[in-house]
Structures are given as structure tokens and as C-alpha cells.
Write a protein that binds this ligand. Structure first.
Ligand code: ATP
Length: 261
């Protein structure tokens, strides 16, 4: 995918304030969706619903349609049947409203390399017409787990984990109800992965609906509230976290390996 965090922000700059969402219960919703590229059908009867404060991990082998699912919510792929909503708005028919309610964090976060973390967030918020002073930005950067000493450093030298924190700070400062993540833990070491997962806990506490596309079963089992398995554009199975043990990781792994085979 080519979109970056800035695209969503820029597109949203034209829309005024974010009024209460129209989606009753579900922030991200795909119902009986058929979608593809040209004549090629990719997503088949896709049903996906993610509520406020819910973290949903979408797993599936290469080519299963995970990124296409993210593209649906971003309005880059138009369904040929069914319905897609972001906080009640149709991403194709109402792109400005839908994108204003959405933050998208790609596998590699694109930032302005010569600007500091604080300047990046300030600039992107300003473009969105949502700049409310540096104090709010500092609060968002701190909530995203970035160390204070990094606020004024150019992001050019930041690790993937630090760049994600800047992008999440932007999402927090924009007060978006929904967040899309594309393979957020690929290339992160176990400590950075664990830090990232704890950051998702913060997003859950703030009531943000998170759709995370990933191959990282352990991370999904650690942080997700529900895990969905996509295969050939169909959602084959959904499992929900249950009790203290949350998920049976061995069973999940078996399931995933069978499906990918
Ligand atoms: N822009 C496009 N035009 C045509 N076909 C595409 C396009 N983007 C993706 N596809 C095809 O759609 C199918 C699903 O791709 P998608 O990127 O959604 O899968 P994925 O589950 O994200 O895979 P991966 O884990 O490899 O990222 C693949 O067969 C892919 O080749």
C-alpha cells in the first residue's frame, strides 16, 4: 500500500469538526462485502465488525486479502456488493468524513525526516486543521510512549518502533475513533513488539477501534480481543479472547499453519 499517515490527515483537513459518529456500536463495519481489482474478485462475502475499544487482529496467508480489507476502509477499493462503514460513514461516497475518523499506520511509517517528532505531529495536525498547541502534542507523544528526550530530535534517525509512536501520537491528537495497522510488528524485536502491544492497550483504554493486519500470531494472541482468519478473501473463522489464558496459541498456530498450507 502506498498511503501514509499524512494522506488520511490531508484528506481530512477539509471536513470541519468530528461530530459524534453515526455507527451504532461498530466503528469499523464490513457487511457481505464483495470486492476486487478489475474483473478479479478478491474479497468474498466479507463480514467484519469492530467496536470501540476493540483490538481485532486479521491473519491470513500471503494474498489472502488482508491489505485489500484495509484498502476497503480507506476507500481505495470500492465494494461491488455489500456495505462498508467507518464510524457510520461510507469511505467511497463520504471519503472526507470517513478519513477524518481514521488513522492508517503502514508497515513503514512515512514522516518528514528533517523535522523533529514534535514538529511532525504539529505540521500534520496543522494540515488537518486540528493543531491545538504544543502541550496537547507533548501529551499525545508521552501517551504514545515516546521518551521526552526524543520529542525534539529529528525523526530521520528513529527506529521503526519510535516512528510508530509518532504516528500513534498523531492518531491520539486527532482523536480518531478508528486505527488501521498494516503489519505493525514485522521487523520489531521481542522487546519492541511487547512495547508496541502495550501501546495498543492504551488505545483500547481510549475506546479506539483497532484493525491490525499481521502475520505475527504471538503478538495477536498477546494483545487482540478477537482474531480473524482470512483465506482466499473469505473470513473462515473468528476467535475471541477468553479468560486469563486469552487464546490457545498452539491451537491458533495449528489453525494458521493448516490454512497457509
Ligand atoms: N492493486 C492491485 N491490483 C490487482 N491485484 C491486486 C492489487 N493489490 C493486490 N492484488 C492482488 O489481490 C490479492 C490479495 O492481495 P492483498 O495484498 O490484499 O493480500 P494480503 O493478504 O495483504 O497479502 P500479504 O500477506 O502478502 O501482504 C493478491 O492476489 C494480490 O496479488
Amino acid at each position: 500500500m502506498n498511503a501514509d499517515t499524512g494522506n488520511a490527515v490531508t484528506a481530512s483537513a477539509v471536513d470541519g469538526g468530528v461530530e459524534a459518529g453515526k455507527g451504532a456500536g461498530n466503528v469499523l463495519e464490513a457487511s457481505s462485502v464483495e470486492a476486487g481489482y478489475g474483473e478479479r474478485s478478491i474479497l468474498r462475502q466479507l463480514d467484519l465488525r469492530i467496536g470501540p475499544g476493540e483490538i481485532y487482529a486479521l491473519l491470513g496467508g500471503n494474498g489472502a486479502g488482508k491489505t485489500t480489507t484495509l484498502s476497503l476502509f480507506l476507500g481505495f477499493v470500492e465494494p461491488t456488493a455489500g456495505r462498508v462503514r467507518v464510524d457510520g460513514f461510507d469511505p467511497v461516497a463520504q471519503p472526507v468524513q470517513a478519513r477524518r475518523r481514521l488513522a492508517y499506520i503502514p508497515e513503514n511509517v512515512a514522516l518528514y525526516e528533517h523535522l523533529s517528532a514534535r514538529e511532525n505531529v504539529a505540521y500534520l495536525l496543522d494540515l488537518a486543521g486540528q493543531y491545538e498547541g504544543d502541550e496537547a502534542i507533548d501529551r499525545a507523544l508521552a501517551a504514545a510512549g515516546l521518551q521526552g528526550s526524543a520529542f525534539d530530535r529529528r525523526v530521520g534517525g528513529f527506529s521503526k518502533g519510535m516512528r510508530q509512536k509518532v504516528a500513534i501520537a498523531l492518531a491520539l491528537a486527532r482523536s480518531v475513533p478508528a486505527l488501521l495497522l498494516d503489519e505493525p510488528t514485522s521487523g520489531l524485536d521481542p522487546q519492541a513488539t511487547s512495547e508496541f502491544n502495550r501501546l495498543l492497550d492504551v488505545l483500547r483504554d481510549r475506546g479506539i477501534a483497532v484493525l491490525m493486519v499481521t502475520h505475527d500470531l504471538l503478538s495477536a494472541a498477546d494483545v487482540a480481543d478477537r482474531i480473524g482468519f482470512l483465506d482466499g478473501g473469505r473470513l473462515l473463522e473468528e476467535v475471541a479472547a477468553d479468560g486469563e489464558d486469552r487464546f490457545n496459541v498452539r491451537a491458533l498456530h495449528r489453525r494458521y499453519a493448516e490454512q497457509a498450507a
